[in-house]
Design a protein around this ligand. Structure first.
Ligand code: NAD
Length: 364
């Protein structure tokens, strides 16, 4: 199999798992790593044996690079993605696709005009856990979806992340940082979102960094840190999403789907694996995944994007799915500010379920 040559921009916290992706996906090869902080890029390149460390401009000028994986902070996602597309390369962004909705829209339009792909994390919905849920749902195990609830409750990432400032700026907060996992899972399982209403608050004006070189430093909070929303799907199912950096909690069900024939408790959409629990006719049943990719398989969306592009079909972890999620998140905050329900206009196709199987052939 020929490997597609990739450049990675952004050598921070999440880069390690992407740098390991070619060991799991036979169609990927990382040939260069760039970061505005070249020392960081050098240290990661050494650890993961990446052949070249360079500046962003140098990486974008490398003709052999077909796609860039954009692992910069959210505030840089749009700018780096636009430069990548203008350089004639596909781009695969970490979430969120962009901060501003207009930036997300213009990225997709630019890529379309150039015949290039925009892919975007999260790709956890392609893991064994959520694909198992999708298989059972499509088989009618819980009947027609009636309702759902999704939740991500935490006290915030500043305890463990060494550079957590961006989490408390517009374009992050729990909704933009963690919401994409839950919203992408919902759309992949049940189809697009039609309308939302939301409430939000920032419970604490400052946060204190808990680890690394900046331990003890204070961060000013400039975005809502507890957001709760009601969502109406195009299918008619309704439910709630709560995302929080303000709560002390540990064990809860992160995603529950209520159907006409039963209830399904799903594994956490922030992870790739886990079993589904189904409550039907008064009985609980636990059903383990039949698909592979239950371990941390970040990069599966990128690998699938190349197979999809070769076959001229839309990638599953697509820019249009990520744009819908971005529009939904903006609509939730707009609803909270304006105290009214907001329609979500983008209506991407539900990504196709993966066929059952354990290896990369299911992506082809
Ligand atoms: N950390 C996680 O657990 C995690 C998990 C999933 C997704 N993500 C997402 O991955 C992305 C990166 O997160 P992270 O935790 O690795 O952040 P990070 O701050 O650790 O790393 C970001 C890197 O991007 C570099 N950078 C910033 N702007 C740049 C630019 N314009 N050009 C080149 N490099 C630039 C920074 O120097 C830094 O090295 C975010 O979008 C985040 O939402 C993070």
């Amino acid at each position: 199999m020929s490997r597609h040559k990739i450049g990675i921009i952004g050598a921070g916290n999440i880069s390690g798992i992407y740098l390991e992706a070619p060991a799991k996906f036979a169609n990927l090869e990382i040939v260069a790593l760039a970061d505005i902080d070249l020392e960081k890029a050098r240290s990661q390149a050494e650890k993961y044996a990446v052949p070249r460390v360079c500046t962003v401009d140098e990486l974008l000028a490398m003709p052999e690079i077909e796609a860039v994986v954009n692992l910069t902070i959210p505030a840089a996602h749009a700018e780096v993605a636009r430069a990548t597309i203008e350089a004639g390369k596909h781009v695969y962004n970490e979430k969120p696709l962009a901060i501003k909705l207009e930036d997300g829209q213009s990225l997709l339009a630019l890529a379309k005009a150039k015949g290039l792909e925009v892919g975007c994390a999260p790709d956890t919905f392609l893991g064994g856990g959520l694909q198992n849920a999708r298989r059972l749902l499509d088989a009618g195990l819980i009947g027609e979806a009636v309702a759902f609830h999704a939740a991500m409750l935490s006290r915030g990432p500043e305890r463990w992340h060494p550079n957590p400032e961006f989490f408390y700026q517009p374009g992050a907060g729990p909704l933009f940082d963690m919401g994409p996992y839950y919203l992408t899972a919902l759309v992949s399982l049940l189809g697009p979102i039609a309308a939302v209403s939301g409430f939000s608050r920032a419970s604490f004006a400052t946060r204190t960094i808990g680890s690394g070189e900046k331990k003890g430093q204070s961060i000013a909070v400039n975005t809502p840190t507890h957001v709760t929303a009601s969502l109406e799907l195009r299918s008619g199912a309704i439910g709630t999403l709560t995302t929080s950096f303000d709560t002390h909690w540990d064990k809860y069900d992160t995603l529950v789907l209520y159907g006409s024939e039963g209830t399904m408790v799903l594994p956490d959409p922030n992870r790739f694996g886990g079993s589904v629990r189904v409550f039907k006719e008064g009985q609980w049943e636990q059903i383990a995944p039949l698909h592979g990719f239950s371990e941390n398989s970040r990069g599966i969306g990128l690998s699938e994007m190349f197979y999809a592009h070769a076959q001229q079909r839309p990638p599953r972890a697509s820019g249009s799915l990520a744009l819908h999620v971005l529009e939904t998140m903006h609509a939730i905050l707009q609803s909270s500010a304006e105290r009214r329900a907001i329609a979500v206009h983008s209506q991407p196709a539900q990504p196709a379920a993966l066929p059952v199987g354990q290896d990369e052939s299911i992506l082809q």
